[in-house]
Design a protein around this ligand. Sequence first.
Ligand SMILES: Nc1ncnc2c1ncn2[C@@H]1O[C@H](COP(=O)(O)OP(=O)(O)OP(=O)(O)O)[C@@H](O)[C@H]1O
Ligand SMILES: [Mg+2]
Length: 450
Amino acid sequence: MTTSELVVTYQPRGAALKLFKSKDSEILLDGPAGTGKSVAGLFRLHLACLKHKKIRCLLIRKTGVSLAATTLRTYEENVAEHALSMGIVRFFGGNARRPPAYQYRGGSEIVIGGLDKPEKVLSSEYDIIFVDEATELTETDWETLHSRLRHGKLPWQQQIAACNPSFPHHWLNKRPSVTRLISRHSDNPKYVNEDGTFTPEGRDYMDKLDKLTGVRKLRLRDGKWVAAEGLVYEDFDPAVHVIDPFPIPDEWTRYWVIDWGFTNPFVCQFWAQDPDGRLYLYREIYRTRRTVDQHCEQIAQLVMENPVKDEDEAWRGTWKEPQPYSILCDHDAEDRQTFENELDLSTDAADKKVDAGIQTAQARFRLADDGKPRVYFMRGCVVSIDTDLRESGKPTSTIEEVPGYVWDIKPGGELQERPRKVDDHGMDGFRYLCKELDQGSQPRYRSFRY
Ligand SMILES: Nc1ncnc2c1ncn2[C@@H]1O[C@H](COP(=O)(O)OP(=O)(O)OP(=O)(O)O)[C@@H](O)[C@H]1O
Ligand SMILES: [Mg+2]
């Protein structure tokens, strides 16, 4: 490659190759994890913007934060890295009127955004739209985006979705107007050679997927649209229980729940309770490979204005939100002590009784007489996505644990009375809180130092 000439090396195979040959207006790239779906969709946009002048594309996910943590990294590191380093593509950070975008020398651009902030991205018209992780969208989201597909600078317009399989009756699995391209690991030259054998990286990647269990394994390794059998929270419905974030009134009581972990994720959930008793998960830390003091520093940054350490080595600053009424923790004496010292807050040991905890949690998912459930999860509330977990196909948030949280199965196939102890870190925290609030445990004393 000379300094003046951009050489793009991309070898699409299978579903990715079919994508480049298709002019159909709705396309779904559907397959297990790591088959090259995101790369294919991104190259579709990138090559179109390099080839054509003044076209406008949209790269979008349900939330802007999740787009930045996943798909944009792939774009910058694996798709447009040379074009960016040569200045053929530049990043524009957005302003009051215009959303952020990758701008190409010929006047084309890829606008980026999340459907959680739709105003700026939906006020424009586009030639190609690529929705990554499209099962997160509602069918109305998809159709709203489709109505923006009329920029007319290309003779054809196209809306592309990429996703891993979800439950069988998901709207995307049933939409008749979508051309479905089935993507498989054999489509990805990084993992599978031309002759069908795995590359060393592919072998490592498949080893990770082989370690998954249950419905996640069937979806992310085998690419099957399946629902879990023996779901613990059968009433969970993302359309009902997962809601867009909103500012929480200061009067609502806050609870924090912590499940310690280092190799397994450390989970700290931040809950608010409205005056009718409904719970809202409004923030969570879900991370592997960080120590408790590192988590405490992050928590201090999240809840305090300019936190600094005081003479007792505890974080101190003006609180930006109400202090938690209770911090319920898993029973690890050393981690609890570190946490209490670092933040100068006291913690309570959670009541870990499984049956009672689950029954109270199940009840919260059901719709009450007012037509509303007693628990909500705010979309995109995880502070940052743990890319190691994501790359190994593990859940990266409490919400992602729910569809795979199932009862254990005895060797004979009979369901046990206990959930399977896999990918349940956020589930444990949720259950502790429900037990605490709904099955009146001992009254607790609270005192805070200001
Ligand atoms: N044609 C290709 N040539 C070389 N490397 C590729 C190709 N397609 C994908 N890859 C690489 O394979 C890895 C997985 O690709 P990608 O992220 O696109 O998969 P995906 O199907 O979107 O995965 P997920 O289902 O987890 O979102 C990335 O590191 C990517 O750079
Ligand atoms: Mg992807």
